[in-house]
Design a protein around this ligand. Structure first.
Ligand SMILES: CC(C)(COP(=O)(O)OP(=O)(O)OC[C@H]1O[C@@H](n2cnc3c(N)ncnc32)[C@H](O)[C@@H]1OP(=O)(O)O)[C@@H](O)C(=O)NCCC(=O)NCCS
Length: 116
């Protein structure tokens, strides 16, 4: 299930975020985490089964009634088991009234999810 990020999950969240090709640089990664913690339009979710194994980061565009997926990542040991798609599906259910869009860093995968 998707749960909301809390400061106690910082290390695991940073680890998952670092799998994004755009977040390989430590300074950039730390800056991104800070943005999620301080910008109220940004929200970080984690996917929890027995452990936390996935991350989904979104930006709320209230003016356009849309939610942009900025980051999506699954622990490499748990990939190709449908978790990435499940995270997107659950997000769509949580925000059924909003249009879910991707950015250039997430479009390749999110477009795939729209087909399922
Ligand atoms: C992308 C990612 C979140 C998918 O998670 P996952 O739990 O393995 O995804 P699912 O099991 O739901 O779906 C697997 C499908 O996604 C595809 N996929 C994996 N990475 C992809 C990518 N970067 N772009 C497009 N499709 C991708 C797989 O090829 C597979 O396709 P298939 O169903 O036709 O075999 C995971 O590979 C990841 O964390 N990658 C590193 C972070 C990243 O690059 N994120 C941005 C992706 S655009």
């Amino acid at each position: 299930m998707l749960i909301r990020y809390k400061k106690t999950f910082e290390k695991i969240a940073m680890g998952l975020l670092s799998f994004m090709p755009s977040e390989k640089d430590l300074k950039k990664l730390q800056h991104t985490m800070k943005e999620y913690e301080t910008d109220e339009d940004l929200q970080l979710f984690l996917w929890k089964e027995e452990d936390i194994i996935g991350l989904l980061g979104v930006q709320n565009h209230n003016d356009k009634n849309s939610l942009e997926i900025l980051h999506i990542s699954v622990n490499p040991s748990h990939r190709f088991q449908g978790i990435g798609k499940k995270m997107v599906m659950e997000l769509k259910e949580m925000y059924a009234d909003k249009e879910i869009i991707a950015n250039e860093n997430t479009a390749a995968f999110i477009e795939k999810c729209n087909l399922c």
